[in-house]
Design a protein around this ligand. Structure first.
Ligand SMILES: [Zn+2]
Ligand SMILES: [Zn+2]
Length: 308
């Protein structure tokens, strides 16, 4: 089971959740038992599952295939018992089969990868030849960079802060991306000189901080796109609203993942177009949670997994 930034938010009561509840919404595993009405899955099948439990099935969102954003949804890990456990009970319609050539550790990263596929590819529609700036070098930022690259982006730059320098930005460079430490370099200057004064085609905000949102508005080209993945944890932030209006920016807010993004995420991993294993910096047992949570929070890790 994967440890996500939202788990850290829950730890600090910075997110809505319904305790007592077992956390964890990213996982892979094997079917050990099927319900009596389930016909298309059997014991020992290797599966991952969309976390969209308790979606109502009757609202306009559910009826149009958007169960991930149903207002009645109570996801595993904060709404109902989740995946930081040896066993989990899931509705069969949320399962996806793990391709033969993927390990459980790789498959456990399907959920965050699906989020970036949904955002960068399906929602923001990254195009071949785009100059793409990814703000934030955590799991989601690095995955967003990978998706932009396989979609044919001409240049992908991942940004971070000094705290990210030793691990996250280093990892980004190892993965073949250029990096900018925004505390040491002027990102605006870098982007405008790279694009002959035009600005970036697409900026993906995966840092979840006010500064990054406003930098995105500054460095995106006129009529360019911003895709928002970050959650600030604040009630309100200050935004360069008028500048965004005058530039005619196309801002896409991304939330969660849909069916198609799961299928594509699994396919990209299976075809080896996207390699997620380099993102896993921590594996451990649930008893080590405090140490692992702390290290991930301090930026001393990228993706952590609990092994059961
Ligand atoms: Zn997550
Ligand atoms: Zn619904």
């Amino acid at each position: 089971a994967g440890i996500c930034g939202t788990d850290l938010h829950i730890w600090h009561d910075k997110m809505v959740y319904w305790p007592p509840v077992i956390m964890g919404h990213e996982f892979s595993g094997q079917v050990v038992k099927v319900g009596k009405n389930v016909s298309h899955w059997k014991e020992k099948d290797k599966v991952v599952a969309e976390p969209h439990t308790k979606a109502c099935g009757v609202c306009y969102l559910c009826r149009s295939g958007n169960i991930h954003i149903c207002p009645h949804k109570k996801a595993i890990g904060w709404g109902i018992n989740g995946a930081f456990a040896e066993y989990i009970k899931m509705p069969s319609y949320l399962l996806h089969r793990i391709p033969e050539n993927l390990s459980y550790n790789e498959a456990a990263l399907t959920e965050p990868l699906a989020i970036t596929v949904n955002c960068v590819l399906l929602t923001a529609g990254v195009k071949a030849g785009d100059v793409v700036i990814i703000e934030g070098a955590g799991t989601i930022g690095l995955m967003a960079a990978m998706i932009a690259k396989i979609a044919g982006a001409e240049k992908v730059i991942v940004t971070g802060v000094t705290q990210d320098e030793n691990l996250r930005l280093k990892k980004a460079r190892e993965l073949g991306f250029e990096t900018v430490n925004v505390e040491k370099e002027n990102l605006e200057e870098v982007v405008f000189s790279l694009t002959q004064g035009k600005g970036a085609d697409l900026v993906v905000e995966a840092a979840g901080v006010e500064n990054a949102v406003n930098t995105a508005i500054k460095i995106t080209k006129r009529l360019g796109k911003i895709a928002i993945l970050g959650i600030t944890g604040e009630k309100k932030i200050n935004v360069l609203w008028d500048e965004a209006v005058f530039k005619g920016l196309d801002v896409k807010f991304c939330f969660s993942s849909n069916f198609e993004s799961w299928e594509r995420a699994l396919s990209f991993m299976s075809q080896r177009k996207v390699e997620v294993l380099p993102l896993i910096t921590h594996t451990g047992t649930i008893t080590q949670w405090k140490k692992i949570f702390g290290e991930l929070e301090r930026g001393e890790g990228i993706k952590g997994l609990f092994i059961f």
